[in-house]
Design a protein around this ligand. Structure first.
Ligand code: SF4
Length: 303
């Protein structure tokens, strides 16, 4: 594979099609390098909505491309690998939400952005990992069902003890892998390093952290910190931005298994093919777009 040739083809196709390429922080380095914007999923969806390009190549997983489509329904949103899904998002369905509503009619549904569009559409409000605490705290109902991630949910529960919060039993396969023993080992190996973790990690891992935050919050924290060494408890793709922005600092991944196989499905070749063949286009039913958009707008209002 001639990487430079593929990069040139991508640039040319981008111009021809009036397209933009956005990449999540967990994508492979080569994709982050060629992307117009790199960041977390909601930031990227907002960028896509603000830009004038008609075609969006979303290098991430399925629910992320869906979120971009919800905010830009008139644009063509492409996901380079159609089977790049998110196991966490797939742990909840719209039928599950219907059953919860029936069982707990007094409760409001706060839905993490890592979820299918149809689930978002049935929720009262969406949240991201950076604003989940704020959204739950500000939501005008003290009875909340938080879904689908139980770890982010229990992190929120600790910060907002005054509310009655029911958790759905979903989890991220990549973050859930990390156990307390892994943290203790990493701390022993790097005693000077600060531990920065994502709230999708288990509560006993989160408890040992010096900082808990979303990918953007972790990058910002490490960049503004005076510390020189960090143990990173999230998907290893984040190391690309961390090292780029902090060439003088040292970063150690908490565990070598912190790789999301779905995030790594997109390749330079599939990005080129997405542009060349207009694939794989994300389409969402109008009523789902409408419902999910309403829940996303509620998030903006509360945050
Ligand atoms: Fe889903 Fe976890 Fe992979 Fe993110 S890292 S896409 S939450 S499985």
């Amino acid at each position: 594979m001639d990487i430079e040739k593929i990069k040139r083809e991508i640039e040319e196709l981008k111009r021809q099609k009036n397209a933009i390429i956005v990449a999540h922080n967990y994508q492979i380095d080569e994709i982050q390098e060629i992307a117009d914007f790199v960041g977390d999923s909601f930031y990227l969806s907002k960028v896509c909505a603000e830009r004038t390009e008609n075609v969006i190549v979303f290098c991430g997983v399925h629910f992320m491309a869906e979120s971009a489509k919800i905010l830009s329904p008139q644009k063509k949103v492409l996901l380079p690998e159609i089977d790049a899904g998110c196991p966490l998002a797939d742990m909840i369905t719209e039928e599950d939400v219907d059953s919860l509503k029936e069982k707990y009619p007094d409760y409001s549904i706060v839905c993490y952005i890592n979820s299918p569009a149809a689930v978002k559409a049935k929720s009262d409000v969406i949240c991201t990992s950076s604003n989940a605490v704020k959204i739950v705290r500000n939501f005008p109902n003290d009875k909340i069902i938080f879904l689908p991630d139980k770890n982010l949910g229990s992190f929120v529960k600790k910060q907002v003890p005054e509310k009655d919060i029911i958790l759905w039993e979903g989890f991220c396969i990549t973050h859930y892998k990390i156990k307390k023993e892994d943290v203790l080992k990493a701390k022993e190996a790097h005693p000077e390093a600060l531990l920065l973790v994502h709230p999708e990690c288990r509560p006993e891992v989160v408890e040992l952290a010096d900082f808990v935050g979303s990918t953007k919050q972790i990058i910002d924290f490490a960049t503004s910190s005076k510390a020189k060494e960090f143990i990173i408890g999230t998907e290893m793709g984040i190391l690309y931005s961390l090292k780029k922005r902090n060439p003088d600092k040292k970063f150690y991944i908490l565990h070598p298994g912190m790789i999301c196989p779905n995030m790594k499905k997109n390749t330079l070749e599939s990005v080129r093919n997405a542009l060349l063949y207009d694939r794989y286009e994300i389409n969402i039913e109008e009523n789902v777009v409408e419902g999910a958009r309403k829940a996303l707008l509620k998030m903006l209002e509360l945050s």
